[in-house]
Design a protein. Structure first.
Ligand SMILES: [Zn+2]
Length: 89
């Protein structure tokens, strides 16, 4: 049951498949195997941490032929993004 409260809690959710994807981005994302999806989401370069970090995904959209994932570093909250290039085949 819903409590009726509408608080916007700051949750740490690395992957929210329904919300942030544009239609085109979602189509593209769904072509990526699950194991590769999690590898992408868990290895985003953070300039603050200077390591590959998990992304808290906020938006995903197509930029030309690339899928652009934007969000925040799960470790420090700094903005990060990840470009997923089309498969070369
Ligand atoms: Zn960071």
């Amino acid at each position: 049951m819903m409590t009726g409260k509408n608080d916007k809690n700051e949750k740490v959710v690395p992957f929210q498949p329904q919300g942030p994807f544009s239609l085109e981005a979602k189509k593209r994302w769904n072509k990526i195997p699950k194991w590769a999806q999690s590898r992408i989401l868990e290895h985003v370069w953070c300039v603050e941490c200077r390591v590959g970090v998990s992304i808290i995904l906020e938006t995903a959209e197509m930029q030309d032929d690339d899928l652009l994932l934007r969000g925040k570093c799960k470790t420090c909250g700094h903005e990060v993004c990840r470009l997923v290039e089309p498969e070369a085949d």
